[in-house]
Write a protein that binds this ligand. Structure first.
Ligand code: ADP
Length: 196
């Protein structure tokens, strides 16, 4: 199965996909984590960091080449959960093209819907423990704005393909996980019966 998570910063994409990983046993591909890991280790990573630290999106070509490299790894042959990717229409189109070539279309796109004011509180709380450089009040505001402008158009893009399921992300991590699991189970039945 190939699953995409979309939601504003702080909506819990990482938490939800890690919980689903235990359930589905397919790997998790977080572009945010990949980019944070590359920050110190490669010139491209250092370039990407300049965008991340300001709360802006890293340019599509950098992200796309990173994701392409990951998807070629054997671990991803049975599917994966994309967390924080795609984030622009160009990324979504490029993902569609590469999945078409591989003959493995997306199964479901899960939108985590959340109240923005509450998310900002959550992120500031996270900032105190995780010390992410992009969790300052100013950068959080910019990431929200970037989400609305560049990423939320993807919701329509996937709705038109019949792939979008929206889930209320304001409950506890367990509640949110149950909603996601139900949506995924329903989709699995459809995917399996279509495959015969
Ligand atoms: P959040 O969803 O809380 O913003 P992420 O870890 O997904 O956290 O992303 C952190 C930062 O990494 C983003 O603000 C952006 O700079 C960069 N980033 C992550 N994924 C992408 C992507 N698909 N395209 C461009 N930039 C990305």
């Amino acid at each position: 199965m190939l699953i995409v998570f979309i939601g504003p910063p702080g909506a819990g994409k990482g938490t939800a996909s890690r919980k689903l990983l235990d359930y589905l046993q397919i790997p998790h591909l977080s572009t945010g984590e990949l980019l944070r890991a590359a920050k110190q280790s490669s010139p491209l990573g250092r370039l990407a960091a300049q965008y991340m630290d300001r709360g802006q999106l890293v340019p599509d070509p950098i992200v796309l080449s990173m994701v392409g490299e990951e998807l070629d790894k054997p671990a991803f042959s049975r599917g994966c959960m994309f967390d924080g990717f795609p984030r622009t229409i160009q990324q979504a189109k490029s993902l569609d093209d590469s999945l078409r070539q591989r003959g493995t279309p997306l199964s479901i796109v899960i939108e985590l819907k959340a109240d923005e004011a509450e998310l900002i509180t959550r992120m500031l709380r996270r900032a105190a423990t995780e010390k992410r450089v992009d969790d300052t009040p100013e950068t959080i505001g910019r990431r929200m704005e970037v989400y609305h402008r560049q990423t939320s158009p993807l919701l329509d893009y996937y709705r038109k393909q019949g792939l979008l399921v929206s889930v209320d992300a304001m409950g506890s991590p367990d509640d949110v996980f149950e909603l996601i699991r139900a949506a995924v189970d329903k989709k699995k039945v459809t995917v399996e019966s279509a495959a015969g």
